[in-house]
Write a new protein. Sequence first.
Length: 206
Amino acid sequence: MSNDVPADFAAALDDLRGQGARPGVHVEEIAAPVRVAPFSAALSGEVTNPSGNHDDDPAATGRFVVLHDPAGQESWQGTFRIVTLVRATLEPEMAADPLLADVAWSWIPESLDLAGLRPGTDTLAEGGTVTRVLSQSYGALSNTPDTVDLEIRASWSPVGTHLGAHLAAWTALLSTAAGIPPLPAGVTAITRRFTPGPAKPHTVGP
């Protein structure tokens, strides 16, 4: 397999590095998944707890993965696929809300729209799942408050290599899940967290 990075993938990474994130959202590059696509890159993100106490757990965490197959994949309807994950802990009373999953899923098109992305034009083949888990404690832990963990998994195929806007949509989704109104992208650069050039290309394969 060639070690050359395709021009489209290199352009997509450059566009990601030029994207900014709002204050309170920390983004950094992590190891990309292997054996999923010929080329891939991944970022992790977390939203600082609104309380301002850095000892608190993040209000929301997640991953943003870019997959690229120059030959294309039929299910992607293109050569790129974005796979995202967002996790957040919500108030226990929200567990009984029958519309919680529907509301959480609605955050995805809203976040894409906030970033100026239009389904069918800028994104294709959108899909995903919303999972909620109610945790109740017993015995020696009976005084531990109930919690609701929300997990949103969403993927879509970007049209073109301008992936910065797609990263902005994901950080907006992170903010919304954390209970913080999202702001327009471009507030704080993430360039220092997304290293400007790996020692070897993001290539995975057998």
